[in-house]
Design a protein around this ligand. Structure first.
Ligand code: TNX
Length: 510
């Protein structure tokens, strides 16, 4: 039969070079094979059948292809009107070459794309690479229907750090779930896997606690500058957790304590430990509030709060803050951290805290988030605790770019886009062994921003650079090379209506 049919006409694709890609984060290894995969209406996506999560990754990809190209791509089913010409196969593989849960391999050929990953998280990271490889414009001359030519070749990729995060302060100003979802959409495109939410501070308490309703009824109604504040109901929060989970991003909840607790003490005065009358606070000073760390009732309260939040937070961590407790006596602070660590563990989580928590005798499973004091990072590692790197002078998204910045603070200095990129997290803290580094996180404090546009101004483009610092191997980090790839992000940023800061140090493509 086959012999009787005319030979299938092979399309001659124009030569391509996969090594000249604009991928961010830069993959570990790229091998070009000079031809192309023609994404078209005749493409279908298939996924490993016995894993629901792989099917979801396939559906996610189809959805994003639709947004970028307008194509309706079937997932795990045949479109009767279209002959299948090319297949994208998202495959669960136990290959030993896939070393981490987020590792993936992409084999792009003329008629097929094979994406191999051990876990759905790896597959999800891999489809971000694929999305970035789809050109903006189709080729309409090679066949009777448009083709989006994806350069062929192989990509082997894996993250440098298992933890790649952003922190968003929803306490100083409140951000709605829609705003946080949009932020998650952008972060997931650059392979972030963690969003840490700073849910309480002096200026506001942002998550419903059913056993202590005044926290949001009173503490949730204020914010910096005198606005109305706001809070997430537990249903809202669960919606965010699951939206993040669809993007293989873990939400880490933070309740900051024993300092940064004015809003909590405003709601329940027995919590207050600084001996002063509590008033609503809408300014931007830090370090004046503290829990009454010697009262048993405070720990009973915290058991409820941590328990309720832990039960709706599937991730492994609970963040206790612990920073800038300037009016808590040192011995009380230490005692507090050690007691709260036990409560966190009782609710099945590992404790994270800002680097000051190492003043206590913390467990080696607890994690210190280094923001300010190098000695604290080193002490954590001597304790066999892991460290998250968020050094303020390099990684604070709330620092101004320069003196003309519309928003931001400058206590840790200006952080222009190139300075944010030009540091090596693996060697940044002298004497800190690589094995102690869990990953990096860029915090976005919100004293000076109150809506998504202002958030985007501070976060982008710097957060795109931190994504690369967290994922790509240090030997692949090069500002001159990165800034060309960054310039090429404009179509994506425009499609997402991201109000990024168009620094002059990059030749933006528009
Ligand atoms: C320091 S960093 C803080 C926050 C502020 C931030 C402003 C840290 C653990 N504490 O309370 O919002 O500076 O940049």
């Amino acid at each position: 039969m086959a012999a009787c049919q005319p030979p299938k006409k092979e399309i001659d694709y124009p030569p391509t070079d996969l090594s000249k890609n604009y991928l961010i984060p830069k993959p570990v290894k790229v091998i070009p094979t000079k031809t192309a995969f023609g994404l078209s209406k005749n493409t279908v996506i298939y996924t490993s059948q016995d894993d629901e999560q792989f099917k979801n990754v396939g559906a996610f990809l189809a959805n994003k292809i639709k947004t970028k190209t307008g194509l309706d791509i079937n997932v795990n089913s045949i479109n009767e009107n279209n002959p299948i010409a090319q297949i994208i196969y998202i495959n669960q593989s136990d290959s030993i070459n896939l070393k981490t849960p987020e590792s993936y391999q992409l084999y792009i050929k003329k008629d097929s794309i094979f994406l191999n990953a051990k876990t759905a998280a790896g597959a999800f990271r891999g489809i971000q690479t694929l999305r970035q490889l789809i050109p903006e414009a189709s080729n309409d001359t090679l066949t009777d229907h448009p083709l989006w030519l994806i350069p062929s070749g192989k990509i082997f990729d894996e993250p440098k750090f298992e933890y790649r995060g952003i922190m968003l302060d929803v306490a100083r100003h409140f951000f709605t779930i829609e705003e946080v979802k949009k932020f998650l959409d952008i972060l997931s495109y650059y392979k972030y896997n963690t969003l840490h939410l700073h849910l309480s501070d002096d200026q506001g308490w942002r998550i419903e606690i059913k056993s202590w309703p005044k926290l949001t009824q009173i503490g949730g109604q204020t914010e910096v500058g005198g606005g109305i504040g706001g809070f997430y109901t537990q249903e809202d929060y669960k919606e965010l957790v699951s939206y993040a989970a669809e993007r293989h991003i873990t939400i880490i909840p933070e309740i900051d304590m024993p300092g940064h607790t004015n809003a909590a003490s405003l709601s329940y005065s027995f919590l207050n430990g600084n001996g002063k009358i509590i008033k609503p606070y809408t300014g931007t000073r830090v370090g004046f509030s503290t829990f009454a760390t010697q009262k048993d009732t405070v720990y009973a309260f915290l058991d409820d709060v941590i328990g309720e939040i832990a039960s709706i937070s599937p991730g492994p961590y609970f963040h206790i803050g612990g920073d800038e407790s300037h009016v808590t006596k040192k011995k009380d602070y230490i005692n507090f951290v050690e007691k709260v660590e036990k409560i966190v563990q009782k609710h099945g989580k590992r404790m994270i805290g800002w680097d000051e928590i190492v003043e206590g005798n913390i467990d080696s499973t607890s994690i210190a988030q280094h923001w300010n004091t190098t000695a604290n990072a080193l002490k954590a590692s001597e304790n066999n605790s892991k460290v998250i790197l968020s050094p303020a002078i390099k990684a604070y998204l709330d620092m101004k770019y320069d003196s003309l910045s519309k928003h931001g603070l400058d206590w840790a200095g200006f952080i222009p886009v190139d300075v944010a990129y030009k540091w090596n997290p693996e060697t940044y803290v002298e004497g800190l062994p690589k094995e102690s580094i869990l990953g990096i996180e860029a915090p976005l404090w919100s004293e000076t921003i109150s809506n998504i546009g202002e958030l985007e101004y501070l976060a982008f483009p710097r957060a795109i650079g931190y994504a690369e610092l967290g994922w790509s191997s240090s030997k692949n980090l090069d500002w001159e090379d990165y800034k060309k790839r960054l310039a090429n992000q404009v179509p994506f940023l425009q499609r997402m209506s991201v109000k990024y800061y168009p620094t002059k140090s990059v030749d933006w493509e528009d």
